[in-house]
Design a protein around this ligand. Sequence first.
Ligand code: NBP
Length: 468
Amino acid sequence: MLKADIGLFGLAVMGSNLALNIAENGYKVAVSNRSPSKIDDIMDMAGELSGQFIPNADLGAFVQSVKKPRSIIIMVKAGKAVDLTIEALLEYMEEGDAIIEAGNANYRDSMRRYEDLRVRGIGFLGVGVSGGEEGARFGPSIMVGGTKEQWHNAEEILTAISAKFNGEPCAAYLGTSGAGHFVKTIHNGIEYADMQMIAEVFGVMRDGLGMTPAECAQVFKNWNKGSLNSYLVEITAHVLEAVDEKTGKPLVELILDKAGQKGTGRWSAIAAQELGVAATTIEGAVAARSISALKDERIAAQSIYGAPGAGNADISLEQLEQALLAGKIAAYAQGFAIMSKASEENGWELPLGTIARIWRAGCIIRSGFLDQMAKSYEKEQTVNLLVAPDFVKIMQANNGALREVVAAGARGAFPLPCLCAALSYFDGYRQANGTASLIQGQRDFFGAHGFILTDREGEQHGNWPSTL
Ligand code: NBP
């Protein structure tokens, strides 16, 4: 019997769409799932592609139906389900085969699985897949980490099913071990910051400029034609113009203002903290979601202090557009800085230019300026986007508007945690003479931690007065 080119276990939303994408690209795919009903579902969905599928509820038969060396994608719920699935598959897999874990894994789990499988002679690819359901079906961005030899076994298929930007595939091998899932985590961290900044700008429009959701939608549509061109700005316009069929009201006015989170934003912020890299825009976004969850407390606090945003914001739509652009660049600069440090610490040699290139299509943070970012990281020794020549020009032209919007937010009591963080990051990064001298003095005062004096060699201590 003809064997499958690749196997795919886990046929919920992501797995079934990925399997259909693989089949449509002309590859034979073996499919399986814990609950056999989902295998029947995909065969019903497959239609004229059904000849490309080899369905099997029995795990052994599923593994046997894949060509050697086998590449088997796992697309199940992140966490324990992945470990249980790997253990079950291992019973039937042979040396040289590989497991491709394509869910939203914590990169630390991918590092552990990579090591566990390496000693058992099985390759492991931890693969970040971005683009949601539609991306999985028609072309996601694919961030690969793990065993390089096994990447070559699966490269052709993963490249074929990925999104394309001007014909270039948005799939790449980025480094060993957990590199792929680390990059996907930071992708999601940037996504958190990007979404939060858009929401903050919407807040100023709604509360400070008195605009309706439909009017805001029109503005985001226009912005999507310019420098802010991006998937998130595009979908923001669609969300804002949606109307609830039952009431005729704008849907956004009926959606409860509590944001969910599954953890990747928090993982990004934790990774940045551990690496000693500033990720204030991502932290601001995670914190904003946490505050959003406190609906009852927010209602009680508003009854004490009054509603924020009273009074008109003295700000133009053009300034909001420019502020959003500057804020987004600061968020991307932080994301890339985290990846750069993680790469150094873990010996991953993450190719930052390639990462920007595979984010240009298919993924949630695809934006017009990612092409420019790719070129900056590929052509120049960019230590931080804020000092890459193309982005210096953008920041010089737009940081003034960011400052005005943040000031208007402070005056009008519009919470702008991410835009504020972006501005402070920019101001801190470009300040040659900072205030950490005072921190060092304080640390030496209470803890004898020592400090360096700029005019002499070696660690020094102050002759501090006693405060007892
Ligand atoms: P879910 O995250 O909803 O997981 C459902 C799948 O996991 C089903 O196939 C289910 O099998 C299987 N499963 C569970 Br639950 N426990 C299992 C176990 N103990 N052993 C074996 N299988 C088990 O699916 P999804 O939304 O398709 O997402 C898959 C992965 O992709 C996740 O890691 C997710 O975070 C990631 N991701 C999702 C999106 C998105 O937009 N949804 C985007 C990007 C990445 P069953 O049918 O027998 O219950």
